[in-house]
Design a protein around this ligand. Structure first.
Ligand code: VG1
Ligand code: CO
Length: 547
């Protein structure tokens, strides 16, 4: 083997955020930047002899080039084999599935998720461990520490492999197997859901529109929804993955998935909206669920899936428990209580669910940020959530909106919204957070209209399995009736600071549950502004994105 040891020095900030290292493409194109980070990962995880690595990404700009570099570095750092998705493609949940199914030592996933791609866009890289989940904080902290102390990286001299040819090739003695990126994942989905019931649903004229947003899920959705389940051809829109996502922003929310929103909210009787609308993000781990003219919040989606879980064969025996991230609404908590199973509240980011799933404490997990998943893999999973909804709809044969109304009538409605203030100057965002933190001492007991503050805190979490502690996870203001306001700084942005304001109010009375969340939350929105001085400090009248 022709291993070359290349001298390097640490440079740039290589601190992994909520979900791996994410930077502008131009930063990743700086000589040795990618190599430094990959070497920091390989030095940290200490590769055992004979180890296999899983490798793939969401197909964005730089994906193919980065894969060739990583393959040469994997060979030089002792990996015996790499499983790589054909064309360099593996959605995040599919990568998790492959890591678990073939018991690989870990995986590198190349994606900046829902952030835009292309030469002006973002790139990212994330390390997942042998359980298929994102590396825990102690590992990402160690990777960051290592990235600051690097003096060399290792690479072999070898030509590029052909990423489009299925089968086995070699990189200087290391085996590279190019695998079908869809097959293992599709097989797993068939084992969890009632495909024959869903096929019947489609055969009866049920219509779905799935917006792949020119990101990684196109090939997965076409194979599973159109080919295996018989959804009519054309049900998957924007299904061809493009390096720049067609200049779109592959974030499945009401703002960025506007084409789907227009289709689902159309009122033209001659061309009615489909029964179910869904979208996924850049790397396929997020999902948005829409009924005809109706938006299901991700927090509600988790609760509905939990309440109906036994309708799906893979969950017929019931669920062990639920975990949700702190800012996610407490709708799932109410379902857990009724089912008599535990509900855990974790910091933001999927990595905090891994230990609970590995220990068998929870089956379902969810985040308000369009993330839902289960212990079938160790990542959130966009298409899985869509298939779960299809399974529920195939069994209940009711419109999405009716399912939600019945759910609220039974459990109450946790009216919920998130306001994102993107790309704020960092000092402005910090100033707002400081003002809220500063108010904590005087807030408890204070009344704002109908709301009286009960407690406030800066959320911290002790992992019940390994005892690790994570602090500074978001500023919470909790009111006497359980309503909440949460302020949190994003850990995934690449421009300035993104401040997220999460709002939640509980409504038990069915006669007052219907209606627009922004109107129902108007009082809390005003209180949040009064406490934080957000509008005055940011000089902005409204959030960048409201979901
Ligand atoms: C955001 C979401 C968080 C999610 C993370 C990764 O993080 O709020 O819930 O886990 O993105 O999602 P932040 O720190 O910007 O709020 V994605 O689809 O990377 O994979
Ligand atoms: Co994602």
């Amino acid at each position: 083997m022709s291993i070359r040891t290349v001298a390097t020095t640490p440079f740039g900030d290589q601190k992994p955020g909520t979900s791996g290292l994410r930077k502008k493409v131009a930063v990743f194109q700086t000589a040795k930047y990618l190599e430094n980070f990959v070497q920091a990962v390989f030095d940290t995880i200490v590769v055992p002899a004979g180890a296999t690595l899983t490798l793939g990404g969401d197909g964005r700009y730089l994906n193919r080039e980065a894969i060739q570099v990583i393959l040469r570095m994997a060979a030089a750092n002792g990996f015996a084999k790499v499983l790589v998705g054909q064309g360099g493609i593996l959605s995040t949940p599919a990568a998790s599935c492959v890591i678990r199914k073939y018991a690989t030592f870990g995986g590198l996933i190349l994606s900046a998720s829902h952030n835009p791609g292309g030469p002006e866009g973002d790139f990212g890289i994330k390390y997942n461990t042998a359980n298929g989940g994102p590396a825990p904080e102690k590992t990402t902290d160690a990777i960051f520490a290592r990235s600051k102390a690097l003096t060399r990286y290792r690479i072999v001299d070898a030509p590029d492999i052909d990423l489009d040819r299925l089968g086995t090739q070699a990189v200087d003695g290391m085996v590279v197997e190019v695998i079908d990126p869809v097959a293992d994942y599709a097989e797993l989905m068939e084992s969890l859901f009632d495909f024959s019931a869903i096929r019947d649903l489609f055969a009866g004229g049920f219509a779905i529109c799935f917006d792949a947003m020119h990101a990684v899920t196109g090939p997965y959705a076409k194979e599973i929804l159109e080919r295996r389940l018989g959804a009519r051809a054309g049900s998957v829109i924007n299904g061809v993955p493009l390096e720049d996502f067609g200049e779109g922003h592959p974030d499945p929310n009401l703002t960025y998935a506007h084409q789907l929103v227009e289709i689902m909210y159309q009122t033209n009787d001659a061309n009615p909206a489909p029964d179910l609308g869904a979208a996924s993000d850049g790397d396929g781990d997020r999902n948005m669920i829409l009924g005809r003219g109706f938006f299901v919040t991700p927090s509600d989606s988790l609760a509905v899936i939990a309440a109906n879980a036994t309708l799906a064969p893979g969950y017929a025996k019931g669920i062990a428990g639920i975990a949700r991230s702190m800012p996610t609404s407490a709708a799932a908590d109410r379902v857990a209580q009724k089912l008599g199973v535990p509900c855990y509240e974790t910091p933001t980011g999927w990595k905090f669910f891994g230990n609970l799933m590995d220990a068998g404490q929870v089956t379902l997990c969810g985040e308000e940020s369009f993330g839902t998943g289960s212990d079938h893999v160790r990542e959130k999973d966009g298409l899985w959530a869509v298939l779960f909804w299809l399974n529920i709809l195939a069994s209940r044969r009711q419109p999405v909106e009716q399912i939600l109304e019945a759910h609220w009538a039974a459990f109450g409605r946790n009216v919920y919204s998130r306001h994102d203030h993107e790309a704020l100057p960092t000092d402005v965002a910090n100033g707002i957070m400081d003002q809220v933190r500063g108010a904590f001492a005087t807030l408890p007991g204070k009344t704002f209209g109908n709301y009286t503050v009960k407690v406030c805190d800066d959320f911290s979490y002790t992992d019940p399995i390994d005892g690790s502690v994570s602090t500074g996870q978001g500023l919470r203001i909790i009111f006497a009736d359980g309503s909440r306001i949460v302020f949190r700084l994003s850990g995934t942005g690449t421009e300035g600071a993104t401040l997220r304001l999460y709002l939640e109010a509980f409504e038990a009375d069915p006669s007052r549950q219907r209606g627009d969340a922004q109107l129902l939350l108007a009082d809390l929105i005003a209180i949040a502004d009064e406490i934080s001085g957000l509008r005055a400090r940011s000089g902005r009248e409204r959030p960048t994105v409201i979901t």
